[in-house]
Design a binder for this molecule. Structure first.
Ligand code: THU
Length: 160
């Protein structure tokens, strides 16, 4: 028997003011995109911004539906939009911010498991790690260098 440890490392900034400029701008873009969230059922808003390898930034937000299982997370709607709008262009970074109707979220909310899976496949497809920048409504910012670091032992196309 062997025992293995899975670890991931991330950077912790006390606020967005401490961030390098590109990440601060990406977070601001995500914050603006959050205002377009269509979330009348959960009232939970998620905004994202993608930094594309061609220099473009693309915003996205969660997109809900009265048939609840059809709700699309912000990360997945943005990544799908990016693949259509800029085919063949790698995603370099994603900023993700959230806003709850019930409380001020003052710590970063990490993407759900399904979104991690989609981020990982985008990394593999483009052969390009995606930096992940997370903030709540306010408070500290966490930066992960890759999506894979948020999803150890991920399922992927190699198993098929
Ligand atoms: N949501 C996202 O957009 N991204 C996530 O990573 C987790 C959850 C959305 C889905 C739904 O519209 C709302 O947040 C509440 O779950």
């Amino acid at each position: 028997m062997k025992e293995h440890t899975l670890q991931s490392t991330f950077k912790h900034y006390e606020s967005d003011a401490e961030l390098p400029t590109p990440e601060r701008e990406l977070l601001a873009h995500a914050r603006a995109a959050l205002t377009h969230s269509y979330s009348p059922y959960s009232n939970f808003k998620v905004g994202v911004a993608l930094q594309m390898a061609n220099g473009e930034m693309l915003g996205g937000s969660n997109y809900e539906n009265a048939a609840y299982p059809l709700c699309i997370c912000a990360e997945q709607s943005a990544l799908a939009a990016a693949a259509s709008r800029y085919p063949g262009v790698a995603v370099l970074a994603i900023a993700i911010v959230v806003k709850s109707p019930h409380k001020v979220i003052d710590s970063p909310a990490a993407p759900c498991g399904g979104c991690r899976q989609v981020i990982c496949e985008t990394e593999q497809r483009n052969q390009q790690p995606i930096r992940i920048v997370l903030q709540g409504e306010t408070g500290p910012v966490y930066v992960f260098d890759t999506g894979a670091s948020l999803l150890p032992l991920a399922f992927g196309p190699g198993y098929l």
